[in-house]
Unconditional design. Sequence first.
Length: 162
Amino acid sequence: MGFGHFFVDRPIFASVISIVLMIIGGVALLNLPIAQYPEIAPPTISVTAQYPGANAETIAETVAAPLEQQINGVEGMIYMNSLATGDGQLQLTVTFAPGTNQDIAQVQVQNRVGQAEPRLPEAVRRNGVQVNKRSSDFLMVVNLISPKKTLDTVYMCRTTRR
C-alpha cells in the first residue's frame, strides 16, 4: 500500500492532519519576524482624483499637470507615474527612495496637493483629491527557469503559448 492510498482510504484522518497543519501554520505565521527584514520595495504614495465627464487628455492637461508640477521635488522622491483614463479617473503614483518614512512622505505629498488644489477644476475640488499610502511589498516571488531551456514549455502558462 502506497503513501497516497493510506490517506485516500482514511479521509477523516487526512482531514484532521490537514486542519492541525493549518493551525500550526497560522500560529507560525504570526511569529514570523518579517518586520526585522530590510525594505526591498520603495514606499509609494497614491494620489487619486475624479473629473466626471472628462476624457483622458483633458484630465492630463487640467488635473495631472498641475499636480505633477507641484508634487515634483518632494524630499526623497525618486519618480512619479500618472495614469489618466477615459472615464474621468486620475491615478498618480509617487515613488520614494527606500528607507523613506511613508507617513512623512504622505504628509509632504498631501501638503503639495493642497497647494495645487486652487489650480484644479471645480468638479475635481468638489469630489476631492485623495492621498493614500500604498504598499508594494512582496513576501515572496517564485520564478522557475530552466538553465538549458529544456523545460521552458513545462513552466509556461497555457495562455501564453500561441
